[in-house]
Design a protein around this ligand. Structure first.
Ligand SMILES: [Zn+2]
Length: 269
């Protein structure tokens, strides 16, 4: 019953994601009844709330006043346009205007941040491909070519008896902004947050072209990963699969050493 090819894609709009219903856990018995009959669920990106579900007979709300949710028109337009039948290989990235406005509201000087780090704003793709599950059994979403390359990398490592765990792939601007909002609400200053978290909009995770990798039994996102057989294998074989470590020691972006963070960038030509 999961042969529906749509269940392998996440369709993206600035505020709302359309998820395959089969990949979501019901949070109430009402959710469970609706989810079992739906193809897609509209999720608010900021906090992951389920707003509404797409059923054969139409869209059914899962939250009160879902019709007045910010960005709901963009999401409903996708459904009305039949855009969910298959993703377009040529679909363009989402615009950056929204994250720029949010950074302004946050009081972040985007030009100064870009100059200091050498990073640029990273757009979100219009859709993402299902790349299996991560260590925590959460769906792993990646840009399509990156998803294929990750499967190749993972399988090649397994043939050499090396297990690679995916920790995290695609993450939205809204998700990263949510982290900042919560920390600000706890009284942290912007500079204090920026010392540990990348500014929303500037992470390679937004493009779905990077993922954090670990090994079974290893904690996520720790420098100790560099001492593992998995890391040793990656340093020798990842490049052959198009993956490079984005933030080696003493990188020009002055981002902390991240031996777990690998980005897919196909060789030119
Ligand atoms: Zn990362």
């Amino acid at each position: 019953m999961h042969a529906n090819p749509l269940s392998r894609f996440l369709f993206n709009t600035p505020d709302i994601e359309l998820w395959p219903a089969r990949l979501l856990r019901a949070r109430s018995s009402r959710d469970a009844r609706v989810l079992s009959r739906s193809t897609q669920v509209l999720r608010r990106k900021r906090d992951g709330a389920y707003l509404a579900a797409v059923l054969p007979e139409g869209v059914i709300g899962l939250l009160p006043r879902w019709q007045r949710e910010t960005g709901i028109d963009d999401a409903l337009d996708l459904i009305d346009a039949g855009a969910l039948h298959a993703p377009h290989a040529s679909a363009t990235d989402l615009p950056l205007s929204q994250v720029e406005a949010r950074l302004d509201a946050l009081g972040l000087d985007a030009d100064a941040y870009a100059a200091r780090t050498g990073l640029s704003l990273v757009a979100e793709p219009a859709w993402l491909a299902f790349a299996g599950f991560d260590r925590y059994r959460r769906p792993l979403w990646l840009e399509a070519a990156t998803a294929r390359a990750w499967h190749g990398l993972h399988a090649a490592a397994a043939r050499d008896d090396v297990a690679l765990d995916a920790i995290s792939g695609y993450r939205s601007h809204a998700y990263q902004l949510g982290i900042f909002d919560r920390k600000r609400a706890r009284g942290l200053s912007l500079d204090e947050i920026l010392a540990v978290n990348a500014a929303p909009g500037y992470s390679e995770h937004h493009a779905g072209s990077a993922l954090d990798i670990s090994a079974p039994g290893e904690p996520p996102a720790e420098e100790s990963f560099e001492g593992t057989a998995a890391f040793d294998w990656l340093t020798r074989h990842a490049a052959g699969h198009g993956f490079t470590m984005s933030y080696p020691r003493d990188n020009p972006h002055r981002i902390v050493y991240e031996p777990w963070h690998w980005r897919y960038r196909p060789a030119a030509g």
